[in-house]
Design a protein around this ligand. Structure first.
Ligand code: PLP
Length: 408
C-alpha cells in the first residue's frame, strides 16, 4: 500500500490567493456591472522592457539555426549572465561575490522552497510573522513542524513583526539554526538598514546559524543608506545565502528567471561537527534536480544589465514606486497608519479592524481587491496589504473609490 507524505496533511487547507479569488468571483457574479481593480496579488502588470524582448528574439533566432543552436546548458547558468550579475549587482556595490557563486534558476519561489532540503530535518527554523508563505509551508512539507494549532505550527520559532518594532523582528532569544529574512519585505514593505542587518549577521556568526535572505525587492531600494544585498554587510559571506529574482525587477513573473547566491566560504556542519561547503551541496542538488533556465530567457535577463536595459527597468520600477507613494499618501490622509510604500511596492495598512472584514468592505464598497494581512500570519490580523503593481490610471481610480467608500 503506497502511503503519502503525511506532513502534507498538516498544511493549512486553503491558499490565501485562492480564497481571495473565490470572494472576488462571487462578488463579480453578484454584481456583473461593477468594475474591479486588483491591487491584491504581488504580480507585475507592465510589459517586459524592450531591451529584454529584443535579446529574447535574437536568442530564439539562434535556436532556429543549427550553427548557433544550443541544447542542455550549464545547470548553474551561462557564464555571460553569471558574470554580469556578479559584477553589477555585487562587486560594484562593494560586495565580494564571484560569478561562480551565482546559481541562475527559474524562480526564487522554487529556490527558497528547495534550499531547505540540504539542511538537517532537525534544524531549528526561525520564520517571521507576517511572512511570504513559501518559507513556512516548505518546512512543513519537509516534516520540521508538528500540527498547526490556532494558526501556528509547533516546532517553528516565530519572529514577530509588529508596529512597535517597525516590522523588523527582534533577534531570537532561543537557539535557532536557519533564519528567514526578507527585505524590502513582502508583505509589509518594511526595510532594514545596514546596522540592523549587521546585528543579524553577527548573531548568526556567534550561533553558527545560517540566514536565508530574500532580496526579491532590492530593485525598489532607492535610499542610499539601505543595503540591497546582505553581502554588503561584513561577515555575511560566512553566514548567508541570498535569493534574487528578475520577476519584480524586470517584469519576469511570466518569463521566469532568478538567481541564488551561495558563497564558497559558507559552511554547515554534520553530526560529527565536521564542516561542509554549502556551495558544494547546493551545486550537487541543482546538478541532480535542475536543468537550468532556457538560453533565450537567460539572454533576456542579461539584457537587464545593458545600458538600455538599466534605463528601462529603472523607469519601470519608478512607475510602481510612484504608485506606491500615491497609495501611502492617500491611506495616511484617510487616517490609516502605513508601513512600506517607500523603497517597496507594498503598503501595509493598519485597518483597525479584522483584516478579512476590511478586505470585504473595500471589495463591496470600492470594487478594490487588496490582500488581508491575516493570510500572512497571526501578526497580520487587522492589517491589509495594497500592492502598487498596476497602471497609474487604475491606482488613481482605486484610491478615489476607496476615499469615497471610507468617507461615506
Ligand atoms: C515575488 C517574490 C519572489 C520572486 O519569486 P519568483 O519565483 O522568482 O517569481 C520571491 N520572494 C518574495 C518574497 C516574493 O514576493
Amino acid at each position: 500500500m503506497i502511503r503519502i507524505n503525511e506532513h502534507f496533511l498538516k498544511l493549512q487547507a486553503s491558499y490565501l490567493f485562492s480564497d481571495i479569488a473565490k470572494r472576488v468571483a462571487a462578488f463579480q457574479q453578484a454584481h456583473p456591472e461593477r468594475s474591479i481593480i486588483k491591487l491584491g496579488i504581488g504580480d507585475v502588470t507592465h510589459a517586459l522592457p524592450p531591451a529584454c524582448v529584443a535579446a529574447f528574439h535574437r536568442a530564439i533566432d539562434e535556436m532556429a539555426d543549427d550553427a548557433t543552436f544550443r541544447g542542455y546548458g550549464p545547470e548553474q547558468g551561462y557564464p555571460f549572465l553569471r558574470e554580469k550579475i556578479a559584477e553589477t549587482d555585487f562587486q560594484s556595490r562593494g560586495a565580494d561575490i564571484a560569478a561562480d557563486e551565482i546559481f541562475v534558476s527559474d524562480g526564487s519561489k522554487c529556490d527558497t522552497g528547495n534550499i531547505q532540503e540540504i539542511f538537517s530535518t532537525g534544524a531549528r527554523i526561525a520564520i517571521p510573522d507576517p511572512v511570504y508563505p513559501v518559507y513556512l509551508d516548505t518546512n512543513v512539507m519537509a516534516g520540521r513542524t508538528e500540527k498547526n494549532r490556532n494558526g501556528r505550527y509547533d516546532g517553528i520559532v516565530y519572529m514577530e513583526g509588529t508596529a512597535e518594532n517597525g516590522f523588523v523582528p527582534e533577534l531570537p532569544r532561543e537557539p535557532v539554526d536557519l533564519i528567514y529574512l526578507c527585505y524590502p519585505n513582502n508583505p509589509t514593505g518594511a526595510t532594514i538598514d545596514k546596522a540592523g542587518l549587521a546585528r543579524w549577521v553577527d548573531w548568526a556568526r556567534d550561533h553558527r546559524a545560517l540566514i536565508l535572505f530574500d532580496a526579491a525587492y532590492e530593485a525598489f531600494v532607492r535610499d542610499d543608506g539601505l543595503p540591497k544585498s546582505i553581502f554588503e554587510i561584513e561577515g555575511a559571506r560566512e553566514v548567508a545565502i541570498e535569493f534574487r529574482s528578475f520577476s519584480k525587477t524586470a517584469g519576469f513573473t511570466g518569463t521566469r528567471c532568478a538567481f541564488t547566491v551561495v558563497p564558497k566560504s559558507l559552511m554547515a556542519w554534520d553530526a560529527d561537527g565536521k564542516a561542509h561547503s554549502v556551495h558544494a551541496l547546493w551545486q550537487r542538488r541543482q546538478s541532480t534536480k535542475f536543468n537550468g533556465v532556457s538560453y533565450p530567457v537567460q539572454q533576456a535577463a542579461a539584457a537587464v544589465y545593458t545600458a538600455e536595459g538599466r534605463t528601462q527597468t529603472t523607469a519601470l520600477i519608478n512607475a510602481y514606486l510612484e504608485n506606491a507613494a500615491l497609495i501611502r499618501m492617500k491611506m495616511q490622509e484617510l487616517g490609516y497608519a502605513c508601513v512600506g510604500g517607500e523603497n517597496s511596492p507594498y503598503i501595509w495598512i493598519n485597518g483597525k479592524k479584522n483584516s478579512w472584514a476590511f478586505f470585504d468592505e473595500l471589495l463591496e464598497k470600492a470594487g478594490v481587491v487588496c490582500t488581508p494581512g491575516a493570510g500572512f500570519g497571526t501578526c497580520g490580523e487587522n492589517y491589509i496589504r495594497i500592492s502598487a503593481f498596476n497602471s497609474r490610471e487604475n491606482v488613481q481610480e482605486a484610491l478615489a473609490r476607496i476615499a469615497s467608500a471610507l468617507a461615506g
